[in-house]
Design a protein around this ligand. Sequence first.
Ligand SMILES: *Cc1c(COP(=O)(O)O)cnc(C)c1O
Length: 368
Amino acid sequence: MDSINVTRSTLPPFEEYCTEIRGLWDSRRLTNMGEKHEELREKLQEYLGVEHIGLVTNGHQSIELTLQAMGLSGEVITTPFTFASTTHAIVRSGLQPVFCDIDPADFTIDVSKIEGLITERTSAILPVHVYGNVCAVKVIEDIASRHNLKVIYDAAHAFGVKYRGQGIAGFGDASCFSFHATKVFHTIEGGAVACQDGALDRRIAKLKNFGLDGQEDASEVGGNSKLDEFRAAMGLCNLRHIDDEIAKRKQLAEHYRKRLEGAPGIQLNPIQKDVTPNFAYFPAVFNEKVFGADRDDVLAELTAHDIHARKYFYPLTSEFSCYKNCFCPGMTPVAKRVSERILTLPLYPELTLDIVDIICDIVLSCRK
Ligand SMILES: *Cc1c(COP(=O)(O)O)cnc(C)c1O
C-alpha cells in the first residue's frame, strides 16, 4: 500500500486544464483581472450564492484585506483553535486578538462567552467555521448588531456549506475563503472575500491592486494580491467537478462514521442540524481515559503503517512561540483540551472505502 496522507489535492483531467488555458497563449493576458478571473468570479458568486466575490492570491490575504478594508482598530474577538493564518492576520493588521473559547461539540466559537469579552475597544468578531462546521451565525449576528461590531468569518474550511439552504457566505459582513491546494475547492493558491456590500467589495478590489485608480493615481496604500489567469483557469476546471468531489467525500466520511461511531472514548465531528456539509475533514477526539489510548498513541500507530493523520489543530495559535508571553492559553480551557486530543484522519476524494476500513481497524486496535 502506498503512503496515505491526511489529504491529497484534487486535479481536473490534464487535457481539460490544457483546453482551459490555451487561449492565454493567444491573448497574452496572463493576469490583472482577465477573462478567466472574471468568469471564475461570476461562477463563484452563483455557486456560493453571494452578491460580491473578490478573488485574491490566497486565503490569508482575504482576511488581511478584509480587516484593512473595514478600517478596523482595537480588539477582535476570535478563537485560538484554528490555523495560524487567522490569528496572524489580526496581529499583522495592527489589531489585538482576544481569544474566546470554543464549543466542545462543534469546535466553533462558544457564543455564550463572547459578550463577556467585549470592551469599548472591540471592533469585530472573527469566528472560524472550523472543519466546515457552521458557527452559531444567528446568535453572532444578534450580538454583533447589539454591540455595533463587524463580523468576519474565516470560511477557509466551509466552501459550499449551506445553512438552512442558504450559502454560508450570506452570513456576517464578510466571509474569507481559501482556495489553497489542500482545500475542498482550490485554485492551487488562491482565496476570496465574499460580501453583500458593494462598497466593501470595491475597496478590497482596489487594495489588492496597489490602491490604483486608473493609470495615474493611487487613492489607497494598497499592495498586490491579484489572482492570475492560470490559477483562475484551475478554479474553473475544479468548479465543474466540485459536486462530484464533495459526493465522494460524503461517502467516505459516512463510512468512517459507520465504523467509528459509538466506540467509547471517540468523539466524531457532529452532524449539525439545518447544515449541508462539505465533508472537508474527518476529525476525531480521543478521550484517553475511556478509549484506553491517547491521541498521540493513535497517531503513532497510524504512522507506523505509513498512514499520516494530522494533529489539526495543535497547538492553539495562542501557544505559538511568536506569541510567547502575549496570551494565556489557560483562558480557553476547552480549546486547549480539544487541541490535545484531536486527530484529523485522512480524507480526500481519491481515498477508497477499503483504505478507510484499514485506517479504522488500526484506530480501533489501539484500544486497550
Ligand atoms: C487554509 C486556511 C487559511 C489560509 O488560507 P491560505 O489560502 O493557505 O492562505 C486560513 N484559515 C484557515 C482556517 C485555513 O484552514
